[in-house]
Design a protein around this ligand. Structure first.
Ligand code: F6P
Length: 324
């Protein structure tokens, strides 16, 4: 196995709070181990276009507390083509880069797997997405900050909902995943949570709303963006079934992706950044570093991208029991 001397890090897909802490950890752990570290700007797009810059300890100073990603990110169409990946390979060859650390979600790891298959590049992944939709880690970098942003917003909406005796349908992010909806639903006392992973029985939800305590001042229904109907349709259905309810829809949108990372996300990103570089040096490839029950564990990319087991149906039951 070729010794690793030069590594590069990139962030890809949707940004997530804590990515900066992850970049900082990779750069400094690399330097600590006498490696040369490069930063790739704009994810795989920058890899294809050769936007690769040397990093030093100072270049990642004062970023641990910042949201977003200082390396910028993108969803690259070019990298999905063989020609794009070949160009990317030539760019890293030119600089003598031996290995990559990629921070992102399922799209990032799918791209990384293809790249390894075709060009035999050592790659380790770090889970960076607000959606938490990756297996092999209890939480992804950015999820904790995002759910706290959602909780803060829903608490505020609850105030106005109570004052006006209104029903609010609140759509939260999660293109393929209900994990933001589920956890924020429990912690805000939502009356119902709709997520894409579970088949929604709308009749049951309508019955529940109907049966719920008549003296409730407000009702909150949290809908994951990836739910097959989406917030708008759910709000319309509630209006149709309960014309006497005053229903409003609120789509929280990209506010959920920004902001200062929480302590949890900073520590998670720092731990996984160190583990990723150390894993590469120990000969690991094609795996994602994650944290399971407080311990670092590595999971092959093809297993990490399947998150369905993370849906704990007991949590949906808790929403129902506690919404009396
Ligand atoms: O990063 C994940 C995510 O926030 C999803 O929850 C959401 O569906 C998607 O990104 C939105 O992506 P974009 O910002 O490209 O519209």
């Amino acid at each position: 196995m070729k010794a690793i001397k030069n590594i590069a890090v990139l962030t890809s897909g949707g940004d997530a709070p804590g990515m900066n802490a992850g970049i900082r950890a990779v750069v400094r752990t690399g330097i600590y181990n006498d490696l040369n570290v490069f930063g790739i700007r704009r994810g795989y797009d920058g890899l294809v276009k050769g936007e690769i810059v040397p990093m030093d300890a100072k270049s990642v100073a004062n970023i641990i507390q910042r949201g977003g990603t200082m390396l910028k990110t993108a969803r690259s169409e070019e990298f999905k083509t063989y020609e794009g990946r070949k160009q990317a390979y030539e760019n890293i060859q030119k600089l003598g880069i031996d290995a990559l650390i990629v921070i992102g979600g399922d799209g990032t790891f799918t791209g990384a797997s293809k790249f390894i298959e075709e060009f035999d590049i050592p790659i380790i992944g770090m889970p960076g997405t607000i959606d938490n939709d990756l297996a092999g880690t209890d939480f992804t970098i950015g999820y904790d900050t995002a759910i706290n942003t959602v909780v803060d917003a829903v608490d505020k909406i609850r105030d106005t909902a109570e004052s006006h005796d209104r029903v609010f349908v609140i759509e939260v992010m999660g293109r393929d995943s209900g994990l933001i909806a589920l956890r924020s639903g429990i912690s805000t006392g939502a009356e119902a949570v709709l997520i894409p992973e579970l088949n929604v029985d709308y009749d049951a939800i309508m019955k529940r709303l109907d049966k719920s305590r008549k003296n409730k001042s407000s009702r909150i229904i949290i809908v994951a963006e990836g739910d097959k109907e989406g917030g708008e349709v759910v709000a319309d259905k509630i209006k149709e079934n309960f014309p006497h309810y005053d229903v409003r829809l609120s789509i929280l949108g990209h506010i959920q992706r920004g902001g200062r990372p929480s302590c949890m996300d900073r520590v998670l990103a720092s731990r996984l950044g160190v583990a990723s570089v150390e894993g590469l040096l120990q000969g690991r490839r094609g795996e994602m570093a994650g944290l399971i029950c407080g311990q670092v564990q590595f999971t092959p990319f093809n297993k990490a991208i399947k998150h369905i087991d993370k849906i704990n149906e007991n949590l949906t039951r808790i929403v129902e029991i506690l919404s009396l």
